[in-house]
Design a protein around this ligand. Structure first.
Ligand SMILES: Cc1ncc(COP(=O)(O)O)c(C=O)c1O
Length: 486
């Protein structure tokens, strides 16, 4: 029920007061897009007013394009709010946006990063495997292994041996519900609270926030074309306990950590008795050239805690990741997983094990890699056609500049209201208000049939690049992360 107080002594009519309360609830997010409102009868009884009064208030909001009514669905908040409503979201409400400024919903938006292609997910196959797995696991009534089911750990051990070069036994693997739960286990196992951690700058904002929440002192370390600068790390925080890195494809630049840099990083970890957490969020889903081996595959692997996830390669909704622990740490990690963790639902684990074992995963990866390459190329082509010549590919995204004077977080909010999901670049940097601005456009859900319309709509919010002489140099090039001819 909507909590609203009416002032019967006010000169504002009851209809207007009800409409105003509902409008505020929508703009503040208390009533969500698509959310159902009470019937005229229920709300009028709650407020002690005539049904016609509620009905008139609803009609006003329908006229303002905030509500829709239908015979079957009753009265609901519109799915996409009109752009006029966005400026009324105050800065306070903006702070409630997820700190990584990504859009969270069951359906991905065009340009949304970090989510796979909705049209490439093998839904029928997955549903079949899942149904079978539910039947199989319904017969199991014992306590399951806190590390995760052996069939999935074995399938993952075989898979990472081939695709990431990691030699490990299933006993070194712990199944998690994704990167974040893996990180949480790892931080406890190495006792990182109160100690320092190197994180990449720019880097995944969620990692920074997760470490802060875990009581770890975050030290942002610059990243350059070779990956995280170990020299800078040694200058800024030589005593750090852990470095959290994305060596395969640095987030957000897509840079692969060079061999020399990997050696330097491992040497530092060995010498300082520190740990490296390898966030392998994209695994072998590499669009240009061959994926590099995991950091956990070579010598020095006993200082590396490797965290994998199926969020990007299959779907975040599957909710499965894993951690490969070096043997000296495995015992402690298993204890922590036993007492503080909880493995994902057994049926999902069995379904995923089958998906891997029957070769569906490799086929799916091959298909999506090809699809994302095409979509990324098409997006770059379209941006160039519309006058943005300095957008660059970066892993599964394209990073584009925005003209001076524009705030990428404002564009993010406006674009979201229009049903588009680009992410602002500035939160990935540690420089506060001086951070470079730009937009990260995920390529996975770029659709051929609407790409021109979507790009045009986004660029209209920023200003025609053809009239503005393009949008200037790319922020990742200015920051020295990638070359202009990338
Ligand atoms: C760099 C990076 N690491 C990890 C993740 C999250 O993975 P998960 O969904 O498994 O928590 C993401 C998701 O966007 C990411 O960009």
């Amino acid at each position: 029920m909507i909590e609203l107080q009416l002032d019967r002594a006010s000169s504002t009519t009851l209809v207007e007061q009800i409409a105003r309360h509902i409008e505020v609830a929508i703009t503040e997010g208390a009533l969500q897009p698509g959310g159902r409102l009470p019937s005229w009868r229920d709300l009028s009884a709650q407020l002690g007013v005539a049904r016609g009064t509620v009905r008139a208030a609803y009609e006003k909001l329908v006229d303002r394009q905030l509500l829709v009514t239908s015979r079957s669905g009753g009265t609901r908040v519109v799915d996409i709010l009109p752009p006029s409503i966005v400026p009324t979201i105050g800065s306070e409400s903006r702070n409630f946006l997820p700190p990584d400024a990504s859009y969270r919903s069951d359906d991905p938006l065009v340009f949304q990063m970090g989510v796979p292609a909705a049209d490439a997910f093998p839904a029928t196959l997955w549903a079949r495997l899942f149904r079978q797995a539910v039947q199989t696991t319904a017969l199991r009534t014992g306590l399951s292994d806190p590390r995760g089911l052996i069939e999935l750990r074995s399938a993952i051990a075989s898979h990472v041996a081939i695709s990431r070069g990691i030699e490990c036994s299933p006993d070194q693997i712990i199944i998690t519900s994704g990167f974040r739960s893996g990180l949480s286990l790892a931080l406890r196992a190495i006792d990182a609270t109160g100690k320092k951690a190197w994180v990449e700058d720019p880097g995944y904002p969620m990692t920074r926030l997760a470490l802060e929440f875990a009581g770890v002192n975050v030290v942002p370390i610059p990243v350059n074309k070779q990956g995280l600068s170990v020299q800078d790390g040694q200058k800024l925080a030589p005593e750090a306990t852990v470095a959290v890195v994305t060596p395969g494809q640095q987030a957000p630049s897509g840079v692969t950590m060079s061999q020399e840099r990997r050696i330097e990083l491992i040497r530092w970890a060995v010498k300082s008795d520190a740990w490296i957490v390898e966030d392998d969020y994209l695994a072998e889903l590499h669009l240009s050239g061959q994926p590099s081996n995991a950091l956990a595959s070579g010598s020095g692997a006993d200082r590396v805690i490797h965290i994998g996830t199926f969020s990007k390669t299959i779907s975040p909704m599957v909710g499965i990741g894993f951690l490969v622990a070096p043997l000296p740490l495995a015992r402690r990690l298993i204890d922590i997983a036993t007492w503080l963790g909880s493995p994902p639902n057994a049926a999902v684990q069995v379904a995923l094990a089958e998906f891997l074992r029957e070769g569906h995963y490799l086929r799916h990866l091959r298909r999506t890699r090809r699809l994302y390459c095409e979509r990324r190329g098409r997006l770059l082509e379209t941006l160039t056609k519309f006058g943005v010549h300095t957008a660059v590919p970066a892993a599964l995204s394209v990073v584009m500049p925005i003209p001076e004077g524009f705030d990428d977080q404002n564009i993010f909010v406006d674009a979201r209201a229009a049903g588009l999901g680009p992410a602002p670049l500035s939160p990935w940097f540690n420089g506060g208000s001086c951070s470079p601005s730009g937009l990260i456009l995920g390529v996975a859900n770029v659709m051929e049939r609407r790409i021109e319309r979507d790009c045009r709509q986004l660029l209209t919010m920023i200003g025609d690049p053809l009239k503005n002489g393009g949008y200037g140099q790319n922020p990742l090039v200015i920051s020295g992360l990638i070359d202009a001819d990338n």
